[in-house]
Design a binder for this molecule. Structure first.
Ligand SMILES: [Zn+2]
Length: 393
């Protein structure tokens, strides 16, 4: 592509871009007003995870989000085109990354929006973040619209989906650019993480377990999961976003129980809390980090211990099976492709299949379940002993 990071500073906005200010109440009511009351009232009831310790325990709050209508950080013209071709990209660590799976529609074109109920049907950006429209009327503008909403996920501001509306001249190829941590960049960062996780899941599952839409509420005043809604203080924290989504997947896949209460990553707590928090971080690692990464680590999670290592758990961390850190390191070691003293390389599909619907209450019950499902007993025990030094088998 012909555009560079520095293009932000010369931000070549089209003068004719018209951001349409339209509010569209298309999401059921959702209250953000009493989040901490919610946290205290739902402790220990299940379907709930309090992750205030994951982001240092401080309340991080965006003041008044602008609206559900957001604008790109820049629109960079690439060249002429016989219709309209758009590249949706977001910069991460100074590199452009594609934003795939975006349901983009062009009004008054052969691919104009169709609806089933309130669900917009139409084309989506491909794996390169690109969408190309068949034709448009020369000399005119076309209305490009997208909502961050599909049948599995949505990103919401209170009760509204985030959306973008742009007027683009017919005959244009352009890059729709987002910065890593601008407001709009964080909204699209959430979409990227969820999209990538959904893709990884689709490689091991037909997704029939995923029956309820997962809503990502941003900006919110704490990081937590509560009954199909993920609440996020910051959208560019990919590991925290993926961890919270992990709770939602764990919930719908009926993998195990939720433990109640606040938690510190280097301590031990209940079996249920160690398992549910550990599995959520395992999900973040599995879906967002390369399995052969010898330095697999999180970036933003738990600032006082960052970067949190996935492969190597520090010796001062509680060594028992009620440690969430050791739970995700154990699960990672079963499927990863990096040999750090263990030789287990099980297809992630087998681990997924064997814990789907398991309704377990501890990582020890997960271990016992795997023992009965054709896993190599010696490798399983080796990985256990490597990760839970205080409870050898
Ligand atoms: Zn959690």
């Amino acid at each position: 592509m012909k555009f560079k990071k520095s293009d932000f500073s010369v931000s070549c906005f089209f003068a004719f871009i018209l951001i349409l200010i339209t509010f569209n109440a298309n999401e059921k009511a959702f209250s953000q007003s009493s989040i901490f009351t919610t946290i205290s009232n739902t402790q220990g009831r299940g379907h709930f995870a309090d992750d205030r310790q994951l982001t240092s325990g401080r309340r991080l709050r965006f003041l008044a989000p602008p609206s559900n209508n957001i604008t790109p950080d820049a629109i960079q013209q690439i060249g002429p085109h016989n219709s309209v071709k758009l590249h949706f990209v977001r910069s991460i660590k100074n590199a452009w990354t594609p934003i795939s799976g975006l349901p983009v529609t062009m009004a008054n074109s052969p691919l104009k929006t169709a609806f089933i109920g309130r669900q917009a049907l139409g084309p989506v950006t491909d794996q390169n973040g690109v969408i190309e429209f068949a034709s448009c009327t020369a000399g005119g503008n076309v209305l490009i619209q997208l909502s961050l909403n599909n049948e599995k996920i949505s990103v919401i501001n209170g009760r509204l989906f985030y959306k973008i509306s742009l007027q683009i001249p017919c005959g244009t190829e352009a890059a729709i650019q987002f910065k890593e941590d601008s407001f709009a960049g964080q909204v699209f960062g959430i979409w990227q993480v969820a999209q990538r996780a959904g893709y990884v899941l689709s490689t091991v599952s037909d997704l029939s377990f995923w029956k309820r839409k997962i809503r990502f509420s941003f900006p919110d005043s704490a990081d937590y999961y509560n009954f199909d809604t993920v609440h996020l203080t910051l959208g560019h924290q990919w590991d925290v976003v993926a961890h919270e989504m992990g709770h939602a997947i764990y919930d719908q896949a009926n993998i195990g129980q939720f433990g109640g209460g606040d938690h510190k990553i280097d301590e031990c707590y209940s079996n249920e809390l160690g398992l549910s928090e550990g599995w959520a971080s395992f999900f973040a690692a599995w879906t967002q980090i390369a399995l052969n990464d010898p330095n697999a680590h999180f970036e933003y999670m738990v600032p006082r211990r960052a970067p949190i290592q996935v492969e190597h758990v520090p010796a001062d961390v509680c060594g028992k099976s009620q440690s969430e850190w050791r739970v995700f390191s154990f699960l990672w070691d079963l499927i990863d492709l990096n040999n750090d003293g263990e030789v287990s390389v099980v297809e992630s599909k087998k681990l997924w299949d064997d814990l789907l619907g398991a309704r377990i209450s501890s990582i020890d019950s997960a271990y016992k379940r795997l023992q009965t499902r054709g896993w190599n007993q010696n490798e399983l025990r080796q990985v256990w002993n490597l990760n839970f030094p205080a409870e050898p088998k």
